[in-house]
Design a protein around this ligand. Sequence first.
Ligand code: HEM
Length: 434
Amino acid sequence: MLTAMGAIRRDPLQYLNSVWSEYGDVVQFPIPRPPSYLVNEPGAVRRVLVGNSRNYGKSTIQYKALSLVTGEGLLTADTATWRRQRPLVQPAFHHETLDAVVGHVTTATRRVIADWSALPDGSIVDADEYMMHAALEVVGHALFGTDLSTDARTLTTATLDALDVVIARARVPLSPPSWLPTPGNRKLSRSVAKLDAAVSRMLMQREGQARGDSTGVDMIDLLRSSRDESGASLSEEEIRNEIVTFIVAGHETVASALSWAWSLLARNPEIQERVAAEADRVLGSRPGTLANYRELTFTKAVFDETLRLYPPAWLITRASLGEDELAGHHIPAGALIIMSPYLLHRHPAVWADASRFDPDRFLRPFERDAFIPFGAGLRLCIGRDFANVEGVLMLAELARAFRVSPLTPEMPEGAPLVTIRPQNGSPVRISRRG
Ligand code: HEM
């Protein structure tokens, strides 16, 4: 058992992969409590997330760890709370939010282009670092409007600091309880206190303040004005939890997908040229629009294929409420179900030549049950369209301005943290086009 725990801690992806290749699609882990299963069979995964989803809740160690930062927000809430929250949060993701996201993506991409243009041709940049900044800017602007105040910055940094502690905790099945004054717990409570102070200052400042910025709509206003059928609204604490949830769920996920996309495009020049040609044809020299996003079908296939090979949310967990049977295996009540989009997306029974970067596979029919970068069923990612619009437009707008090439033939190593991150960044050499 200790060996298993050590291996999970050292290299969780490698461990999951070896367990799966040795024992098959449904495997019980050698840890005592709760009975824990790796499930990597498309039909069984679908049963957990969609077909029999009533039998599976989110009361798992991973979501409990995350909720130390986000509180009971939409991502971590168990079924009853989630059912009340989802209709109240949904309006924050309406069409007008996506329109605003397009504008924020253009602004963030222009900044990257300006920074890269200031460097001599052939310079080496860390695409990962730029994508982390750009994605933070996009989610920050979408939440708070274009005026990112000092508090907004404090809030986002405190969120990311608190996440560091949570990663360590979620990775290990047994962590010291959060009330023990370990250094990690002290860092966590300091960051959470900072976070809470920044959110309440910001919400207070906005109280009654007429908003007059040019983007028109931001997500906090939508959350505050949301009412459900009974006329109920989100409390201030719930709004705090959703704001932090959006930063946690919407920043590093998109950034790491984009970062992997640049590493992949750098090593696949002919695919990169097709992205640039599509961007030229669809966008010309104009900034992207939502209509353009729908026309960028090859770039979307590139983004999908990146999410297949490097799904930022590499682990999805559930707790079984009652007994069930998954792919012929009996599952007791109270079990931890571990599903890994990373493993499922590379399952050789489903994906031909699974480790090859081949965006064209998404232009042909493919097995949707085996592609779950955003989850599936009722708890599907609420930010899926947001993320796709952001990812596709940012790739297209940057690819039409710059060509990237690799420093080494091999892809960077992946480090599974909250998302799968390239271990030492995504260094690429850039040169201006045209
Ligand atoms: C490439 C980017 C993204 C990926 C890969 C991703 C992935 C996921 C996955 C896998 C889930 C389901 C988790 C589960 O079933 O346990 C999820 C849920 C969620 N995501 Fe995302 N996400 C992304 C972007 C975003 C963005 C941009 C936002 C918000 C701005 C967001 C907000 C959420 C929320 C609130 C939930 C919980 C939804 C619910 O349970 O009703 N995500 N995401």
